[in-house]
Design a binder for this molecule. Structure first.
Ligand SMILES: NC(=O)c1ccc[n+]([C@@H]2O[C@H](COP(=O)([O-])OP(=O)(O)OC[C@H]3O[C@@H](n4cnc5c(N)ncnc54)[C@H](OP(=O)(O)O)[C@@H]3O)[C@@H](O)[C@H]2O)c1
Length: 340
């Protein structure tokens, strides 16, 4: 801990005014994360505005290297290019940078961590720790218990990703298009590859030459890195849906040893941070609306594949919480916890 802070960390949040930053402040407060002092940071646009944390107002300042002097943890929830420039500056000053952008995730010197799955990776951090993509986190949280129960062979996934995955501009685009359509005006398309209101867009981010999207390839490589299974066969389609908060995924998993739905439900229910919401007889299944505002990953629709020994399931998680802010705060909590 820095000298000025005693035994509590000084915390900076880069992007404190954004969708993830706002949720992150709420989670630090809710989880009673020990904060000696808070430095909310953003761009010139928001400098001078205030955020409220633990009943106190803090002025937002511009994110620049000197803002990290005397800071212990810097949560980066802004842009990838800012993380690229400023995370090393935070690390140079003795802070741990916990980054939500994609910039550092595949760097071999940077651990990519979901604390329930690979907390041991934190032991080799050199001042920067990466948080996985909001889609990857919910996905691996559901895969890991099945891997521990029966090993993984092959996974096929289709995601249905909420507009808040693109931050405040994504939320604004959905509500703006809904209003335009209601007023009989053509919807303005800026954030997504096509109109998102009243639609499903089968492309998140950009196409690559091989026909996959950049988002899909992130999901593949991040999953392999977190699970330490560099050869794991994962194939995926990522889509954007007109849902405000909560990413969903429909997943087919083939395991080394065939798992019954009952065994899979038990393995999932026993895993920290996962809740099984699955009772077909009573029509019970999890939806993004159920998970918005919650930290757990919800899993349902567990059933045998009709053509193989594999299992299908449906998984939802709050992309702003476990998909971003909660996971970042859990990383800081793990770093603070005394080592056993
Ligand atoms: N949304 C999700 O579900 C999600 C999930 C996982 C990871 N992430 C990642 O988390 C990060 C933040 O995403 P978000 O959804 O919260 O985006 P957002 O709502 O658009 O917020 C962006 C934040 O970054 C700040 N910012 C932008 N440019 C800046 C600059 N040049 N200097 C300083 N601050 C700057 C903004 O400050 P101003 O108020 O000054 O503009 C704002 O606070 C991104 O890297 C994103 O990829 C997002």
């Amino acid at each position: 801990m820095s000298e000025a802070s005693g035994d509590k960390p000084v915390v900076a949040v880069v992007g404190a005014t954004g969708a993830v930053g706002e949720v992150l402040l709420g989670i630090l407060e809710k989880r009673n994360f020990p904060v000696a002092d808070l430095r909310p940071l953003a761009s010139e646009r928001s400098a001078g505005s205030t955020v409220t944390f633990a009943g106190r107002e803090y002025e937002v300042k511009v994110a620049e290297p000197s803002a990290f002097d005397g800071v212990d943890f810097v949560f980066f929830a802004a842009t990838g290019s800012l993380s690229k420039d400023l995370a090393p500056e935070a690390a140079k000053r003795g802070a741990v940078a916990i980054d939500k952008s994609s910039t550092w995730r595949m760097d071999p010197d940077v651990p990519l961590v979901v604390p329930e799955i690979n907390p041991e990776a934190l032991r080799r951090h050199k001042g920067i720790v990466a948080c996985p993509n909001c889609t990857t986190i919910g996905f691996v949280m559901a895969l890991e218990p099945l891997r521990r129960a029966a090993g993984l062979q092959r996974v096929v996934v289709t995601t249905m990703q909420a507009v808040s995955g693109a931050g405040r501009p994504g939320l604004d685009e959905l509500s703006g298009q809904v209003a335009s359509i209601a007023a009989g005006q053509p919807p303005v398309v800026k954030q997504f590859a096509a109109q998102i209101a009243e639609n499903v867009v089968p492309l998140c981010e950009n196409f690559r030459e091989d026909g996959y999207s950049t988002e899909e390839v992130k999901l593949l490589h991040e999953t392999r890195k977190i699970l330490a299974m560099p050869e794991l066969a994962v194939t995926m389609t990522c889509t954007r849906v007109p849902v405000p908060i909560g990413h969903s995924a429909s997943v087919l998993v083939e395991t080394d040893r065939p798992l019954s739905p009952e065994e899979a439900r038990k393995a999932l229910a026993d895993f920290p941070g996962v809740e099984v919401v699955d009772d077909p007889k009573s029509g019970v299944f999890p939806t993004p609306a159920d998970v918005a505002g919650r930290d757990e990953v919800l899993v349902g629709r567990v059933r045998k594949d009709l053509g193989s020994d594999g299992l299908w399931f449906w998984q939802v998680s709050d992309n702003l919480r476990k998909g971003a802010a909660t996971n970042a705060v859990q990383i800081a909590e793990t770093l603070l916890a005394p080592r056993g």
